[in-house]
Design a protein. Structure first.
Length: 476
């Protein structure tokens, strides 16, 4: 674990770290130079600065492979977090790499979407970032020219939707996108919900006067997710290409993924904090409009399904645990309660904030409650996302040559409130949950960006990362 001797002191040494990676846990000092881990070992040479971890657990910084920041929306909706506030919140919650989405609007070129997204990110990010693409209009030019070019330029993953009028693809279009991904070694992330069933149910609910936020859940029951998950798996099998099903919410989708795995298919899956910590009750047990705060798709399910998701996480069904941070304010003009109006559920912007709470929630309720090992935690929150999106081993691990993106964990009691968070969104759905851990220090490229009390801003220090091909599968 040693590197060649250098006469210069390290820029920073973290002493007495209980380092946890996806595969190992070991005591070491960590020597950092030029933003990179240069030495791991006991009793290494001094640094110009030193931090004593005093035996605390040190993990790789989180890689949040599914979050939405400053993504253009149809008016009046507008995201509350941009690359400044979103990456600030991410860093304070232990995440050091974010991968939000450059979203193509139908009729727009993908390159135009990427150029626009670079403008939104440039000079604002406090931590490193990459872009997935959202492909909503897979024209022959997009498939044969734009996607291959953008994959080669470092966008090796893209999301497609089976729902939402302005984004959804039909099965033929999905097959075309999957084939392009296969030809160019990219990974497709699939939002699996059956659009026609949702539309049919929504029309009937509205006609019956059922417009409160809780009917969002009734318009998207588990079977619409089950059917679309099954179809996505079948389409991927036809093309013979791996896919990643995002934001899996409950038993029925889990069963489809388990079935696919049992049949030897390379189907990867993601879940998110809302499916472990929120339930259908949070959408409202009556017609209270505050349930709008928890409107996201797929919706949170019942408490029994939370257990299903925990068990699937423990058993290894999920590859990644992402936030799906989709930051809409509750108040104001552009959020869920626009200008104080109680809009019908189909008009409530979908998504909830969670970029800062993702890692502490799973560390406290997963690791410290003994449900998962710290190594599994690292795999789910960091390593596997880095692998899936072509950033490993620069990101997602603690190793010589990796970026010095690290979290030193404090085991202390923290009651979540929106006031303590660093996003710009005006609420958190996790308020009142008492956790037993929070990041004590977050380092991005060897710089302290969060010291447990204060955020250390430096907009623009975050670099754009070009993603290589996914390395989730063993090489053939
Ligand atoms: O409701 C959600 N999940 N909103 C964010 C967009 C998406 O589909 O992931
Ligand atoms: Zn989605
Ligand atoms: Zn999302």
């Amino acid at each position: 674990m040693s590197a060649p001797f250098s006469a210069q002191p390290f820029d920073l040494v973290i002493r007495n770290a209980n380092v946890a990676t996806a595969s190992d846990t070991f005591m070491a000092d960590i020597g950092i130079r030029n933003g990179v881990i240069e030495q791991l070992g006991r009793g290494i040479a001094p640094g110009r600065k030193e931090i004593d971890a005093a035996g605390r657990t040190v993990t790789p910084g989180g890689v949040d492979g599914h979050c939405h920041l400053d993504q253009p929306m149809p008016p009046p909706a507008r995201m509350a977090d941009d690359f400044d506030t979103g990456t600030r919140a991410a860093a304070c919650g232990g995440t050091t790499t974010v991968i939000p989405f450059a979203a193509q609007v139908k009729g727009q070129s993908l390159q135009a979407a990427v150029d626009d997204y670079h403008r939104r990110a440039s000079g604002r990010a406090h931590i490193d970032y990459a872009f997935h693409l959202i492909v909503s209009d897979p024209t022959p030019d997009v498939l044969s020219r734009e996607l291959p070019t953008l994959i080669a330029q470092g966008h090796s993953s893209f999301k497609i939707y089976m729902t939402y009028d302005d984004l959804k693809l039909d099965d033929g279009q999905i097959l075309d996108v999957l084939e392009t991904a296969k030809q160019h070694n990219a990974l497709v992330m699939v939002h699996a919900e059956n659009a026609d069933c949702i539309e049919w149910l929504t029309r009937r609910l509205q006609a019956g006067g059922h417009t409160a936020p809780r009917f969002h859940g009734r318009s998207r029951p588990m079977l619409v997710e089950r059917e679309a998950t099954h179809r996505a798996i079948a389409l991927a099998e036809l093309v013979d290409v791996p896919i990643l099903i995002v934001h899996v919410s409950g038993r029925e989708a889990v069963e489809q993924i388990r079935w696919a795995r049992a049949h030897g298919l390379n189907i990867f899956a993601e879940t998110c904090p809302q499916y472990l910590f929120l339930s259908a009750d949070d959408l409202g047990v009556d017609d209270n409009y505050l349930g709008a705060k928890c409107v996201c798709s797929p919706p949170p399910r019942d408490k029994a399904n939370q257990e299903v998701i925990w068990n699937a996480l423990i058993e290894g069904l999920f590859t990644v645990f992402s936030s799906d941070h989709a930051p809409f304010n509750y108040g104001g003009t552009h959020g869920k309660h626009p200008d104080g109006k109680e809009v019908a559920f189909p008009y409530i912007p979908n998504g909830i904030p969670g970029i800062e709470t993702r890692m502490p929630l799973l560390y406290s309720e997963g690791v410290l409650k003994g449900r998962i090992t710290v190594n599994k935690f690292v795999e789910l929150t960091s390593t596997n996302a880095a692998r899936a999106y072509g950033l490993h081993p620069r990101k997602g691990t603690v190793a010589i040559g990796a970026d010095a993106d690290l979290v030193i964990w404090d085991e202390r009691e923290v009651e979540i409130s929106n006031d303590m968070l660093h996003h710009a969104t005006d609420y958190t759905p996790y308020a009142g949950i008492v956790l037993k851990a929070w990041p004590g220090v977050t380092l991005s490229g060897g710089d302290v960006v969060w010291d447990g009390t204060e955020f250390h801003p430096r907009p623009g220090r975050g670099r754009f990362l070009q993603c290589a091909a996914p390395t989730l599968l063993p090489k053939k």
